[in-house]
Write a protein that binds this ligand. Structure first.
Ligand code: NAD
Ligand code: DAU
Length: 331
């Protein structure tokens, strides 16, 4: 059984390749990735002898057609993934997230292959800060940023291709991930690597916004359950249930790194900043038997900090350019 993994040099896709080769020897893994600023071949170094890597663009229809034809299933991670970048320049988001997904869908349709589309809870917009309501598989789409609008569009394309052309596709919408190999533009790695580099962490606004944090291996285990037991045409929400404010997370990072609790700067808030995300993941838990293994967030965060400490060769080359982009954005 051969899996074609799009975006496999990115954070979740690379962890997916590692996780698959560790836990699912029944699969061969081929990766297609265009190596944007967010893609890194080094993330695949530990598995490079066990995978087929194709440096290519998911908008390249002849290439995608060939690769899909040679595979049994497609796991579609490739995307432009960072909200702040989408507010600065939406164009690559339109291209990869919408046109790239369309290109995959057409190849999957021609070759009658199974597709799993990786999406995000951001397609639903946000929830009240003080409420205890949650997103469900039935929540209506209401995206806030160019990133989430293009992810919402890609989900709708998948649903339309399933209904009108009968492709066998599933969708999952996961909450925020953390773990090794995450780009230093994202919240948790940015703060950890700021501290290691002697710079002060940056909190948007007052840091009251809440995210639900899921370890990347728990996300990837859920994806495997969907591949093996999921029903074509179905959508599954994934989330650990562990909700925390950005301020609480930052203070925990500072505590675990032996820094004073107030050793950070407030910076101007992200425009349109979603307040709170929270997924009701009852469906995947009861129907497919998913349970997150990383139930101790503090321990997971500690391990993540240790990974960035031990692997500065991996993140240091990206750090300066990332902070220069943030300086341009005023954040
Ligand atoms: P990432 O930005 O770390 O990685 C994206 C990868 O896609 C990179 O390797 C990049 O080179 C590749 N890519 C981009 N455009 C491409 C193109 N046109 N052709 C081929 N490859 C291309 O992203 P991530 O955080 O690993 O997210 C992966 C997926 O998971 C995305 O679809 C994202 O929407 C979704 N998601 C992410 C999170 C999260 O917390 N990071 C949570 C839920 C869902
Ligand atoms: O919910 C899933 C989504 O999670 C994914 O779809 C996205 O691809 C992924 O990037 C993530 O989106 P967020 O916008 O929630 O993640 P980010 O790491 O950019 O920011 C997390 C929170 O931290 C958010 O409220 C903004 C805030 N933040 C971020 C940065 C980079 C800060 O306070 N300071 C920062 O320096």
């Amino acid at each position: 059984m051969k899996l074609l993994v799009t975006g496999g040099a990115g954070f979740i896709g690379a962890n997916f390749a590692h996780y698959t080769l560790r836990n699912h020897p029944e699969y061969e893994v081929a990766i297609v990735d265009s190596l944007t600023y967010a893609g890194n071949r080094e993330s695949l170094k530990p598995v490079e002898d066990q995978i087929e890597f194709v440096h290519g663009d998911i908008c390249d229809a002849p290439l995608v057609d060939r690769l899909v034809g040679e595979s049994d299933m497609v796991v579609h991670f490739a995307a432009e993934s960072h909200v702040d970048n989408s507010l600065h320049d939406p164009e690559p988001f339109m291209r990869t997230n919408l046109f790239g997904t369309y290109t995959i869908l057409e190849a999957v349709r021609r070759h009658e292959k199974r597709l799993h589309h990786i999406s995000t809870d951001e397609v639903f917009g946000d929830l009240d800060l003080d409420g205890d309501d949650q997103f469900t598989e039935e929540t209506k789409y209401d995206p806030s940023s160019p990133y989430s609008a293009t992810k919402a569009g890609s989900d709708l394309l998948v649903r339309a291709w399933a209904r009108s052309f009968g492709i066998h596709a599933t969708i999952s919408n996961c909450a925020n991930n953390y773990g090794p190999y995450q780009h230093v533009e994202k919240f948790i790695p940015r703060q950890i690597t700021n501290v290691f580099g002697g710079a002060r962490p940056k909190l948007y606004g007052q840091g009251e916004n809440v995210r639900e944090w899921t370890h990347v291996d728990d996300h990837n285990e859920a994806v495997h359950l969907i591949l093996s037991k999921g029903e074509p045409g179905e959508t599954y929400l994934i989330g650990s249930g562990d909700e925390r404010s950005n301020k609480d997370i930052l203070e925990l990072i500072l505590e675990l790194m032996d820094e004073p609790a107030d050793a950070y700067d407030h910076v101007p808030d992200r425009p349109g900043h979603d307040l709170r995300y929270s997924n009701d993941s009852t469906k995947i838990r009861t129907q497919l038997g998913w349970t997150p293994r990383y139930s101790d967030f503090r321990a997971g965060l500690e391990a993540t900090i240790a990974w960035y400490r031990d692997n500065d060769w991996w993140w240091k080359p990206q750090k300066e350019a990332t902070e220069a982009r943030y300086t341009q954005l005023g954040r």
